[in-house]
Design a protein around this ligand. Structure first.
Ligand code: SAM
Ligand code: SF4
Length: 350
C-alpha cells in the first residue's frame, strides 16, 4: 500500500451545491476531471513518447492517498465524472486501491461516473476488480488489428495481450470504447476493419487526430497527421453514417453506423472548435492542474495539498478555474518543427 504523511481525512463527503460549483470565467461548469496517475508506461507509442523517456522521480509523484484527497476535493466541488488515465494507469502499483477509494463517491451519488483510459496490457488482471470498484466503462487504445503493425506503433506492446484484456473486460461487464489514433500511411488502410470489428462486438469506436504534444523523437507528426474529415469521407464510402448529437462536453462528435448499429466518435482538436462547451480540467500525477489540454498555463495543487489545509487547497482550485482559458491554439505547421505544447500526452492523460 502507498503511504504518505497526510493526516487529513480525504475530503469528498460534502456534496456540491450551487454555491461551491466550479464555474469558469466563460460560465462553463467544470464537472469532469481527468487524472493522470503516472507518467510511466509499458508501451512507447510512436506518436506519444520517444523510446528513451526520462520519467519523473517517484518523490515528485503524488501518493495514492494524495490523489484520492485531491480527486475527492474536486468531487465536493461538483465534479461528476472522473477519468483515470496516464501514462498507463494500470502499471501504477496498488492502483486498485485508488479505484476502490474513489468508488465510495459513486455509492453516495456525489460522483456519476468513474472511468479509465488504458492501453489494455493489464486489463485481463484487473477487469473484475475494476467492475467491483464501480467502473462501468473503459476506453482501450488500439490503433491497428495487425499484430506486426501494433508492435511497430506501440514499440513494446503485444496485440494478443491487449485483445485478451478487452475480452476479459467485456466478460466482467465493462462497456468498451476503442480509441484509435488516425495515422496517415500507418492505419489508413484499416479503418473499415476497425468499424466492423467494433460493430460485431458492440464496442464504440473513437478516432483521434494526432495532436502536437511533446517531443517524440524521430517520427514527424506532420507526416502522421491525417485530418478526421478525410477519415470520415473514407468511411462514408462503405458505411452509412448518421449524425447523432450525443455530447460529452468534450471534443468528440458522434455518428451511428446504420449497418452495425455502433457508435463512432471523432475527436478533432485540430480542425474543430469544441472549446465553447469544454467542461473539463486535467490533473497530472504531480498535482499540477492544466485548465486546457492545448495551453501551457497550469496551477500547482501539490503544495497546498501537502499543507493539509483544506481552505488553502480550495482557494488554489478556485484560483486555477478562474484562469481557465477560452480555448486552445494547437498548430501543426510546416514552418514549425517543434510541438505547440511541450508536454507529452502521457503527462495530462489525453
Ligand atoms: N496509456 C493509456 C492509453 O494509451 O490509452 C492512457 C494514456 S494515453 C496518453 C490516452 C490517449 O491519448 C490514447 O488513446 C492515445 O492513443 C492518445 N494519444 C497519445 N498521444 C497522442 C497524440 N500526440 N495525439 C493524439 N492522441 C494521442
Ligand atoms: Fe503509453 Fe498510452 Fe502513450 Fe501509448 S498512448 S505510450 S500506451 S501512454
Amino acid at each position: 500500500m502507498a503511504t504518505d504523511t497526510a493526516t487529513l481525512e480525504p475530503t469528498g463527503s460534502t456534496p456540491a451545491t450551487g454555491e461551491n460549483l466550479l464555474i469558469d470565467p466563460y460560465d462553463r461548469h467544470v464537472s469532469y476531471l481527468r487524472v493522470s496517475v503516472t507518467d510511466r508506461c509499458d508501451f512507447r507509442c510512436v506518436y506519444c513518447m520517444s523510446e528513451n523517456m526520462t520519467f519523473l522521480p517517484k518523490s515528485d509523484v503524488l501518493s495514492l492517498e494524495e490523489l484520492d484527497r485531491l480527486c475527492s476535493a474536486f468531487v465536493t466541488r461538483g465534479v461528476r465524472k472522473l477519468r483515470i488515465s496516464g501514462g498507463e494507469p494500470l502499471v501504477r502499483r496498488d492502483i486498485m486501491w485508488l479505484f476502490e477509494r474513489l468508488g465510495r463517491h459513486l455509492v453516495t451519488g456525489a460522483l456519476e461516473e468513474l472511468t479509465l483510459t488504458t492501453n489494455g496490457s493489464q486489463l485481463e488482471r484487473y477487469a473484475t476488480a475494476l467492475y467491483a470498484a464501480g467502473v462501468r466503462r473503459v476506453n482501450v487504445s488500439i490503433d491497428t488489428l495487425d499484430p506486426h503493425k501494433f508492435g511497430l506503433i506501440t514499440r513494446w506492446g503485444k496485440l494478443d495481450k491487449v485483445i485478451g484484456g478487452i475480452e476479459a473486460a467485456a466478460a466482467a461487464g465493462l462497456k468498451i470504447k476503442i480509441n484509435a489514433v488516425a495515422l496517415k500511411g500507418v492505419n489508413d488502410d484499416e479503418i473499415h476493419d476497425l468499424v466492423s470489428w467494433c460493430g460485431e462486438r458492440g464496442f464504440d469506436l473513437t478516432f483521434i487526430e494526432v495532436m502536437p504534444l511533446g517531443e517524440i523523437g524521430g517520427e514527424a507528426r506532420l507526416d502522421q497527421y491525417w485530418p478526421l474529415s478525410m477519415v470520415r469521407a473514407e468511411l462514408k464510402k462503405q458505411w452509412t453514417l448518421n449524425d447523432i448529437d450525443d455530447t460529452t462536453g468534450g471534443p468528440a462528435r458522434y455518428v451511428r453506423v446504420a449497418e452495425t448499429g455502433g457508435r463512432i466518435g471523432f475527436i478533432t482538436p485540430m480542425t474543430h472548435n469544441f472549446c465553447e462547451s469544454c467542461n473539463r480540467v486535467r490533473l497530472t500525477c504531480t498535482g499540477t492542474l492544466y485548465m486546457c489540454l492545448g495551453q501551457e498555463d497550469a496551477a500547482d495543487l501539490r503544495a497546498p495539498l501537502r499543507e493539509n489545509d483544506e481552505p488553502l487547497l480550495m482557494n488554489a482550485i478556485d484560483e486555477a478555474i478562474g484562469r481557465k482559458p477560452k480555448g486552445h491554439d494547437f498548430i501543426i505547421d510546416r514552418r514549425r518543427a517543434s510541438p505547440s505544447v511541450s508536454r507529452h500526452m502521457s503527462v495530462t492523460g489525453g
